[in-house]
Design a protein around this ligand. Sequence first.
Ligand code: PLP
Length: 719
Amino acid sequence: MATPLTDQEKRKQISIRGIVGVENVAELKKGFNRHLHFTLVKDRNIATPRDYYFALAHTVRDHLVGRWIRTQQFYYEADPKRVYYLSLEFYMGRTLQNTMINLGLQNACDEAIYQLGLDMEELEEMEEDAGLGNGGLGRLAACFLDSMATLGLAAYGYGIRYEYGIFNQKIRDGWQVEEADDWLRHGNPWEKARPEYMLPVHFYGRVEDSKWVDTQVVLAMPYDTPIPGYMNNTVNTMRLWSARAPNDFNLRDFNVGDYIEAVLDRNLAENISRVLYPNDNFFEGKELRLKQEYFVVAATLQDIIRRFKTTKKGTPVRTSFETFPDKVAIQLNDTHPAMAIPELMRILVDIEKLDWDTAWDLTKRTFAYTNHTVLPEALERWPVELLEKLLPRHLQIIYHINQVHLDRIAALFPKDMERLRKMSLIEEDGCKRVNMAHLCIVGSHAVNGVAEIHSNIIKTDFISSCGDLSVSCRPLQAAPGYHMAKMIIRLITAVAEVVNNDPAVGSKLKVIFLENYRVSLAEKVIPATDLSEQISTAGTEASGTGNMKFMLNGALTIGTMDGATVEMAEEAGEENLFIFGMRVEDVAEMDKTGYDAMLYYKRIPELKHVMDQITSGYFSPKNPDLFKDLTDMLLKFDRFKVFADFEDYVKCQEKVSQLYQWTKMVIRNIAATGKFSSDRTITQYATEVWGVEPTDLKIPPPNEPREAIEETARALKKM
Ligand SMILES: *Cc1c(COP(=O)(O)O)cnc(C)c1O
């Protein structure tokens, strides 16, 4: 039962959730009814819960618009250094509640909706998740946009407006089946299309006198989404590009009789932004994916350069690029937008006519790169053959970058051919490929991993390890990982069937596989969790982010010393986590001596029992061999050496069960999570990488005169 709040607690709640003024509530109700009538064209007799959600979303959106325009006016006036976060994924989830919180409107909206006789939770459930991401990488991008706005940075997120986001997962008879995520079906009240700012993106063609000619054009249409900061009147922009065929697409080449065919072919161009690749930590070398990567990069750089050249009325237009890195910071979220490096070089050298060395200096000072994994199957290595076909001029530029790079290394380490081979941007063994991580490292002034241990692994092992996967030019090895993932889900649902129907434990213990995990489900599950299991083999999980979310929300952690869990143990004290298993050094040692799963299987009775149960068909009586691939993998080819940590894991779980001082430990954990706020991360990026300062200056709200903006802009310049 909830205990009544003290006055102090009530005041605190109000400051977080916003003040409930009578006028406020009346105003919101008026807005709601107006939108139900004029925007949704419904009355209360026939309106559905979805109509009510849309009416509320539009009402809340109205409160964003003035601040959004104001913020952009302020940036135009103050001309601060802009930060551009380029990402193929933005896993935003839902927008309504976050907007209400950040504008301080939550309490007033709750009251308004209550007075209208509606149920806020029911309305919120009508919102589709913006699932434009696979997991941690995309969610990180979303959190960073949030923090950049809260810290008052002049920041922009740039990505793709996928028509279909991450698939909806259904479980049928224990198996995963995928459904298309048609998230835009009912319309998206948070985006604003900007067809007037459409930009051309070129593909294919050939190079003539260092010029890219005879290309095919696709148009990139921007859709803007507001990103409000927390209670600071800042509203930044996430700009997502959608592919559009030019109106003359294919028509030039056909006579009148082929008109219908030619119009139908427009889909070919527009497929570029159709669907998010559902690959988490896996490189699938498909041409369409490379098109997506270049599409976002080419449109975004045109936009960035247009904005760089635009100055305040009455001041000269910028023509020199000398100050470009002082005005522009571009962060690459993994190698997915890596083509931005040769693209900026192409613009500076081919179009703006700068000499190579000047252009390279500016490029390097502009870009910074975040690596997300060291697992070889995730590293992007695009076949030279494909680049030559799709982006021939960029391939030439990459070759030139590599030439200068290797000349420098050869001068520093004469006759060290092995070093040249390892550090080259071009892998020569097997099929010729461009190593995109190497391109990013060479083209950036700052490189980081996503946790301290991961950054250290990059520094010591990465360059030498990421050229060691010999692969053919055919699309890589998707099948096995995908198959194993599905079989693991099937095993969980099979174990659930047995456990949940067991007469002895069935009423006390349930195994549940949560269907369709996504941001809005995480928001419910994470606060409800008691024990967070972070059981990756040390050195394989770059950071993990769920680990920190669970910690902040009062779960305790059983985990290996991997990724951010290492820093969690450092902050909270190792005695307040349940740490087990090999350390990175132990795994490295085992790599030398060898890992034999059979040894553990034979020695540990519990492990043998579990494996024998699975192989004997205990969990799949109708099909005893169902999990053979899975058990074979564990016993014969397990790259992750999981049996090596099994015994220690079981022992550690016993400690978890015995522990009685749970609450004290939970509090110690929550109190130690300060470091894991993305506001802290972004403050560090701002000062150490981007060369900008977070500010708590408040942009004047829309009801204050325009001069207030100029005044605040002057104040910012003085800081
Ligand atoms: C945080 C989050 C992830 C990533 O979790 P990890 O622990 O970093 O793998 C994936 N999906 C959703 C919905 C999330 O919120």
